[in-house]
Design a protein around this ligand. Sequence first.
Ligand code: WT7
Length: 647
Amino acid sequence: MSEIFYPNRDFSKQANVKNMCEYKETCAEVDDDYEGYWDEMAKEKIDWYKPYDKVLDESNAPFYKWFTNGKLNVTHQCIGRHLKSRKNKAAIIWEGEDGSRRIITYLLLFYRVNRFANLLKNKFGVKKGDRVVIYMPMIPEAAFAMLACAKIGAIHSVVFGGFSAEALSDRIKDAKAKVVITADGAFRRGNPYLLKPIVDEALEKGCDSVENVLVVQRNFEEIDMVEGRDHIYNDLIKLESEFCEAEEMDSEDPLFLLYTSGSTGTPKGVQHSGAGYILWAQYTMENVFDVKENDTFWCTADVGWITGHTYIVYGPLAMGATTIMYEGVPLYPNAGRWWKMIEELRINQFYTAPTAIRLLHKVGADEPAKYDLSSLKVLGTVGEPINPDAWLWYYNTIGGGKCPIVDTWWQTETGGHIVSPLPGATPIKPGSATFPLPGIKAEIIDKEGNPTPKGEKGLLCITKPWPSMIRTIWGNPDRFVKSYFGDCKKDGKPVYFSGDAAIYDDDGYIFITGRTDDVINVSGHRLGTAEIEGVIGHEEHVAEVAVVGKPDDIKGEGVFAYIVTKKEIDEESLLKNINKLITKDIGPIARTDGILLVPGLPKTRSGKIMRRILRSIAKGEEITQDISTIEDSSIVGIIEKLFKSKK
Ligand code: WT7
């Protein structure tokens, strides 16, 4: 199969896991005593207020509980406990798009978070268990806000700043948030943009639970303030004390919600708890990125996604590292921006998405050579399968052929990495996430739990509970059980199914092939086709619509819609109308790249759209599926012809 790249020897010598023997030994230890392994990890890594009395409680499966009755506060793990030895170490180095920088040491972070926590508690009456929505640009206050919630036991729900008012309002309502934290605006591609007006619009859509809005001034633009409801952070924060008692939290108390798309229905509020999540965030920082005391770690995600939660905020801070936060886009002012930052900030571990690598390769292949990238030790990728071309460019040009690439497979629901190489140990293959991490039982199986033969597609499942797993879907436990534990069983017991298909190659390496459900992956972001179809269906000319992913050189997948119209309209105008609606109801990330007007959609006799066939057509694949169950099978040929003539 594909070429193998062995770990760099000098790197391996100093790595936390040095070779495959060590990896296999740990795996054997885990097989021998699963709970014992996690017990050891939790004791070693977490600074508990009070010890737990049980490692794993399976009595109410799949609502697993970890480290029962243990007490901790995640901010003590991330800040407080570092004050002894790292008080003036940089915790967060922030860079604005305009090049300005802010360095926040652990001690300053402690004060900021305490003031923020006091503000939420004293001024807005936020208590343990209350939900706080954070709708922010990439500024340090976004991290302060998350940690302030954690300090007082409030549950944060960060909503990505690219989502529309409609999407924001749905998430506020579902969580019944008491407070919304936002900014006046921020900068993107050199231009200021506003966020606060989007919050105002969202709150007009009946978010009755919201009592207060806190606005961080970032670009000092003119914004409307609602008397009594809206408050300026910059004024109020000065009045609060720099000390705040941390709430003593139970291991299983929720830490945050993060909404993500499913194959059907509205977005789901994935609920994570404190102890298990922070343990795994820290563990993976230490072992997958091999971050050492003096290293500087940069994850380019937005805090609005799980990658930003775990690998900009919680993971790096839990281990006492220095984390980078960048406000802007990779192409500003040119395609060398990120490489310049790596040179200037002496970045040691760099973590990004295949879509960004492809983009920077395409538009700025000459840029990396202009910078000194020799500080890099480990490169990471996440979000979608990485194609060998992009992988090789990343490896050779960015990593100078000396940095291992950790292709990390995981999900919003898993909290942290699940399948990934260990940089000092695992021989890597381009395009493979390689093997499950020690302690994780991830397997490719069929629905009954039989292992899939090598070279054949199967379902990627996690067959034992793990500490950082999703606990439930906020307000909808039935949907939690059905979405994740309804498809696959092993030894007769329901196990977690990820929604992804995967293949073992001849050497047992795991290659992820993509989603098996109606979820598409655009630039590493998950979008539900049902949600997009719902929006397109509201366009007045549209009678019927089916959305699928269409391969895209940069984004991995683009949104593509097959549409049956009820009134005449040309394709171009319809595409424009649709994208206006999508931008308003979901956000620009879900915009449709292309549409095809068709006379009908392939459906089963019971009326279900056969998306699999439409997906194959969009991918330009031969139709090999059985089409005999289609009500009118001639439609497949017609759509295929239309699709080809369009190209
Ligand atoms: C889906 C999860 C986890 C943070 C980013 C996305 C896909 C993720 C990989 C990878 C192939 C990957 C999967 C997964 N995915 N990482 N290394 N190789 N595919 O989080 O929005 O929860 O999406 O992203 O399809 O199910 P998410």
